[in-house]
Design a protein around this ligand. Sequence first.
Ligand code: NAD
Length: 260
Amino acid sequence: MGMLDGKAAVVTGAGSGIGRAIAQALAREGAALSVADIEEGGGQATADAIVRSGGRAQFLRADVSRSEDVRVMIAQAAAAFGRLDILVNNAGLQHVAPIVDYPEDRWNVLIGVMLTGTFLCTRYALPHMIERQWGRVVNVASAHGLVASPFKSAYVAAKHGVVGFTKVAAWEVAGSGVTVNAVCPGYVRTPLVEKQIADQARVHAIPESDVVTRIMLEPHAIKRMIEPDEVAAMVVYLCSDAAGMVTGTALTMDAGWTAR
Ligand code: NAD
């Protein structure tokens, strides 16, 4: 018996990294998964892996920053499994540059995917949860939803926005059996982090070989990267009945970063 037997979940950005680990962890607990991603290759691979492990999953292509994509994706997710109980807003990306050089189109993309995307998916998913008087929305924010780092203006602004949006949504649906929470990880070993090593080396004027120890692990009290499965375990907890009174929070898994 899984903790989430009979439930249906959507995880955005589940074609890679943390989202994939979350989708697989929810499936191991018995949830039927809609794997939403803009990239078909990774998204389909996640869905296939869940099915190979005996779970139920489908891939749905969607750009979460586009309203029409989200509306159709949520409708298809609910139709496939006859319900929608869990939404994990995880899709995201990074761009590292000083504010004065920050490309305006990248700013719009980062805010569009991580902040507007979180709003759009939540907007279309909530009615399905309120209808059954049970639901879980988990927003994958970041330690950068609570504190800043230089050269990450769009990312930090989007993630602070996600934490604020989480609080509003939690209040709006309180009493309907639906909880809304954010998780705030430090540096997690994923392609998103690996892809920024060259940019971090450039803006900080240090060798690429020093980026992990001097930039990424510097704010971690525990000097290692977090694993995607560790974040997934926290999300599974927030989706459980045991977390029914946890709402509106920004739960950290940041290796001690924000305790300083
Ligand atoms: P990742 O690059 O491995 O995965 C991100 C996924 O999001 C990819 O599959 C990508 O295709 C998808 N995506 C991007 N734009 C999309 C869009 N418009 N519509 C739908 N899908 C889209 O990255 P990750 O490290 O697994 O990051 C997942 C989430 O965790 C992000 O929100 C990120 O900000 C957050 N996060 C990551 C870290 C970290 O250190 N890796 C730390 C804290 C928070």
